[in-house]
Design a protein around this ligand. Structure first.
Ligand SMILES: *[C@@H]1O[C@H](CO)[C@@H](O)[C@H](O)[C@H]1NC(C)=O
Ligand SMILES: *[C@@H]1O[C@H](CO)[C@@H](O)[C@H](O)[C@H]1NC(C)=O
Ligand SMILES: *[C@@H]1O[C@H](CO)[C@@H](O)[C@H](O)[C@H]1NC(C)=O
Ligand SMILES: *[C@@H]1O[C@H](CO)[C@@H](O)[C@H](O)[C@H]1NC(C)=O
Ligand SMILES: *[C@@H]1O[C@H](CO)[C@@H](O)[C@H](O)[C@H]1NC(C)=O
Ligand SMILES: *[C@@H]1O[C@H](CO)[C@@H](O)[C@H](O)[C@H]1NC(C)=O
Ligand SMILES: *[C@@H]1O[C@H](CO)[C@@H](O)[C@H](O)[C@H]1NC(C)=O
Ligand SMILES: *[C@@H]1O[C@H](CO)[C@@H](O)[C@H](O)[C@H]1NC(C)=O
Ligand SMILES: *[C@@H]1O[C@H](CO)[C@@H](O)[C@H](O)[C@H]1NC(C)=O
Ligand SMILES: *[C@@H]1O[C@H](CO)[C@@H](O)[C@H](O)[C@H]1NC(C)=O
Ligand SMILES: *[C@@H]1O[C@H](CO)[C@@H](O)[C@H](O)[C@H]1NC(C)=O
Ligand SMILES: *[C@@H]1O[C@H](CO)[C@@H](O)[C@H](O)[C@H]1NC(C)=O
Length: 647
């Protein structure tokens, strides 16, 4: 089936979505573009942003227990992990691990998936700052970045990775790469069509005229309005996240009108993903009970991957197929009388769900010159939800309705409401990567949180994940021990990469050993990359300066700030694998662990105000940013302090 035909279907549906019953096969054809006959199945929602009722496939979708990996993920991993062997061999060989034949070692374990190093990357939240700092890290890890495979460079780590998780601002980065055919950060920066990563254009105003986008701000608003109007007309509850997700898409998805028909599940249909050409993308969001204001640390943590949405937490401990979100499930099944829904899992909506903190921006629209219809719609949505719910994403009908009566506090609710993945303070999406069943060995955890007075991280996110692992022991997850934030700042562990969990003999209690966490905190190398989380517009030169800074942070200036760093990255990757295979740790790696591992020292005295200065050179590009600090942030920060003080 060709795009043109799909467009025709969409047109027909637009005249009366509910009047048509199309089969799931029609809704999810193998889309083939005419461009070189390459499958690129991303814009596959049958009616743009509007979810569509279809006949369920003969094997009706159902909720799956989280007791195993999905069959789809398991099959995909075989392809991907095999594809990481060559890049890992090349990469490790280059890293100068003296006295160790890294290539020979990878060859030796290449037939044994349980011995082969298994790498995850996690990109934190923190708005556009997190997107850009995270982008710098991925650029440092990407062998497609220009000149990035020489001595001192880390190009190839991304090609060696199995998982890539994003949260809030980090989810925008992961989503933007996925929705744009796994393009590069470099290409997104260089794009001159004006259609993508133009962060100088405030999201309140919309994209520049031209490119593949629409014409002016008025038309931008008209699109936001009509897209979500259609969803409401089709019988789905709206939340501000619908508008927010649509607006985000105009910046992140390089397609006409912000790609309203790009679904998250379509990643699974794209050729590159099926070939295992890139890591497995995961987006994280938190559960939030109706009426709950501060999100407790024991809240249910949800993930969206290309196949499934759900949680490993004991409350629900189940997954539904992402492509059938919006379908009525009762006690895990779709009742015979019900149809299935597709097209609910709009990619922008999923990214918006992970970042609902920013729904606040939609409220800001009220003070701008937008059409009264859009204002009315925003008002309507808020009236229906209640003002206290302006930060939720509505996943009604709750796919887990009556699924786990014993453990799920929300089991009897037809509504499921999700919020920003960082609201439980776990601002780095580590949860999916510490699941024992995924057997991740090392996580490169890029932290762009704004914890300190000047928007630098102080490992609050790691502390939250650690504390949660102690109190909840959810699904047998373990987490390396992490000291308090005062210690982090006093020891300078937020100014350079730090390894947590080096000594795996600390985990002898269970058979399972959690991943080594390579903490990569945003800090100033070549620029002050600490723009406020609520900065609405960042011009191209400051954007590029933050990305370059992020690259420098992750690579320690391509090894110029610390020439042992590239080697030590290799040692971090190998660490768990060497232990599993009983291989002697090379001396150079022992030095690395002495240098980069947190050694257990604690200094909890109150530190001085943390005001770091650039390590490489000063670049005062701050003037490129304009900032609006919104009220909710103060409330959230207060909540964060309250929760942190409980820990
Ligand atoms: C593993 O990857 C190699 C190189 O990419 C490829 O030649 C081989 O066919 C793959 N093997 C399997 C079992 O997929
Ligand atoms: C990057 O890695 C891929 C996968 O191993 C490889 O095919 C490609 O040639 C590499 N590119 C560069 C520039 O090294
Ligand atoms: C490799 O590491 C050794 C020390 O282990 C050092 O003497 C040598 O200069 C390094 N080589 C390169 C190419 O970085
Ligand atoms: C890459 O290296 C080439 C040759 O050394 C140089 O001309 C080019 O400017 C470099 N590109 C970047 C982006 O550094
Ligand atoms: C997607 O990326 C692959 C790999 O770079 C490329 O071969 C293909 O042409 C791209 N597809 C589209 C539709 O842009
Ligand atoms: C964005 O889309 C335009 C038009 O299709 C294309 O020319 C451009 O290369 C794309 N940019 C990226 C970064 O993929
Ligand atoms: C979190 O803990 C509180 C207090 O112990 C409990 O009432 C609540 O049900 C828990 N929530 C979840 C989602 O487990
Ligand atoms: C996942 O696997 C099941 C069968 O195991 C299949 O029916 C389904 O279509 C797959 N889903 C995706 C998104 O590939
Ligand atoms: C889901 O259930 C609701 C309430 O029973 C019903 O109105 C709606 O039509 C159902 N949706 C589908 C897709 O069957
Ligand atoms: C928008 O502004 C109008 C007039 O100032 C006000 O009545 C309305 O409640 C506001 N709506 C929202 C969503 O804040
Ligand atoms: C579940 O909800 C229904 C409808 O609101 C209510 O009648 C029923 O009592 C609830 N069941 C339990 C066990 O709370
Ligand atoms: C660390 O960050 C938290 C907020 O995440 C803040 O409350 C605390 O004061 C910070 N501590 C230090 C030492 O920076």
């Amino acid at each position: 089936m060709k795009i043109a035909l799909l467009a025709g279907t969409a047109g027909a549906l637009a005249t009366g979505a509910n009047a048509y019953t199309i089969s799931a096969q029609d809704a999810y054809p193998d889309v083939t573009t005419d461009v070189g006959h390459l499958r690129r199945a991303l814009p596959n929602a049958p009616d743009g942003y509007t979810p569509v009722h279809v006949q369920c496939p003969s094997n009706r979708p159902s909720v799956r227990s989280a007791s195993s990996l999905s069959a789809n993920e398991t099959a995909w991993l075989e392809v991907r992990r095999n594809n990481t062997i060559d890049p890992m061999r090349t990469f490790l060989n280059r890293l100068n691990i003296t006295g160790f034949d890294a290539g020979g070692y990878i060859d030796q374990v290449s037939n044994n998936a349980s011995a082969l190093p298994n790498i995850g990357i996690a990109v934190s939240g923190g708005g556009w700052r997190a997107l850009m700092n995270g982008a710098g890290a991925l650029k440092a890890f990407d062998n497609r970045t220009d000149n990035n495979t020489g001595s001192g460079h880390l190009g190839g780590l991304l090609q060696s990775a199995t998982y890539l998780a994003g949260l809030s601002g980090g989810s925008w980065l992961v989503g933007s790469l996925m929705m744009n055919n796994w393009t590069t950060v470099e290409a997104l920066q260089a794009d001159d069509t004006g259609s993508v990563w133009e962060f100088g254009n405030s999201i309140l105003e919309g994209p520049d005229t031209g490119g593949v986008q629409i014409f002016d701000t008025a038309e931008y608003y008209a699109h936001l309005l009509s897209d979500i109007d259609g969803k409401e007309d089709a019988g789905f509850d709206l939340s501000l996240t619908d508008i927010w997700g649509r607006a985000l898409s105009f910046q992140l998805i390089n397609a006409t009108d912000g790609g309203p028909d790009f679904t998250w599940s379509s990643i699974a249909q794209s050729q590159g993903f099926q070939n295992g050409d890139y890591p497995f993308p995961i987006i994280v969001a938190d559960g939030r009970a109706p009426g709950e204001l501060a999100i407790p640390t024991n809240t249910t943590v949800f993930e969206f991957n290309a196949f499934e949405m759900g949680t490993w937490d004991a409350t629900i401990y189940g997954f539904v197929p992402t492509q059938y979100l919006g379908t009525n499930f009762t006690a895990g099944e779709v009742p015979d009388s019900d149809r299935c829904v597709v097209g609910f899992d709009n990619a922008g909506f999923i990214m918006g769900t992970s970042s609902t903190l920013f729904n606040q921006f939609i409220l800001q629209l009220n003070s701008t010159d937008i059409s009264s219809t859009l204002k009315d719609l925003i008002g309507d949505v808020l009236d229906k939800l209640g003002r206290d719910n302006d930060d939720i994403a509505d996943y009604t009908p709750n796919p887990f309705f009556q699924y786990r009566p014993e453990t799920d506090p929300g089991y009897n609710s037809t509504r499921l409401t999700l919020v920003d993945g960082g609201e439980d303070l776990e601002n780095i999406p580590l949860h999916p990567l510490i699941q024992p069943i995924r057997n991740v060995d090392v996580i490169f955890a890029v932290d762009s949180s704004a914890d300190t007075d000047y928007n630098w991280p102080n490992a609050t996110a790691l502390v939250a994940s650690y504390e949660r692992s102690l109190s909840l022991k959810s699904n047998n997850t373990l987490f390396p021990s992490v000291p308090d934030q005062n210690t982090i700042v006093n020891l300078g562990l937020n100014t350079r990469p730090t390894f947590f969990g080096c000594n795996s003999s600390n985990f002898t209690e269970g058979a399972h050993i959690p991943p080594l966490v390579v903490y990569i905190p945003n800090s100033p190398y070549s620029a002050f990359s600490n723009e406020s989380t609520f900065t609405l517009s960042t011009n191209d030169s400051y954007r590029d300066a933050i990305i370059l800074n992020g690259l420098n942070v992750a690579s320690m200036g391509n090894g110029t700030v610390d020439d042992s760093w590239p080697t030590c990255v290799g040692c971090a990757i190998l660490s768990r694998s060497l232990e599993r295979t009983g291989t002697d740790i090379p001396e150079v790696c022992t030095s690395c662990f002495n240098r980069f591992c947190w050694n257990g020292t604690v200094d909890s005295s109150t530190p001085q105000s943390y005001e770091p200065t650039p390590i490489i050179q000063s670049a005062d590009t701050k003037s490129g940013a304009t900032t609006i600090v919104v009220g909710r942030w103060a409330a959230l920060a207060a909540a964060a302090v309250a929760v942190a003080s409980i820990l």
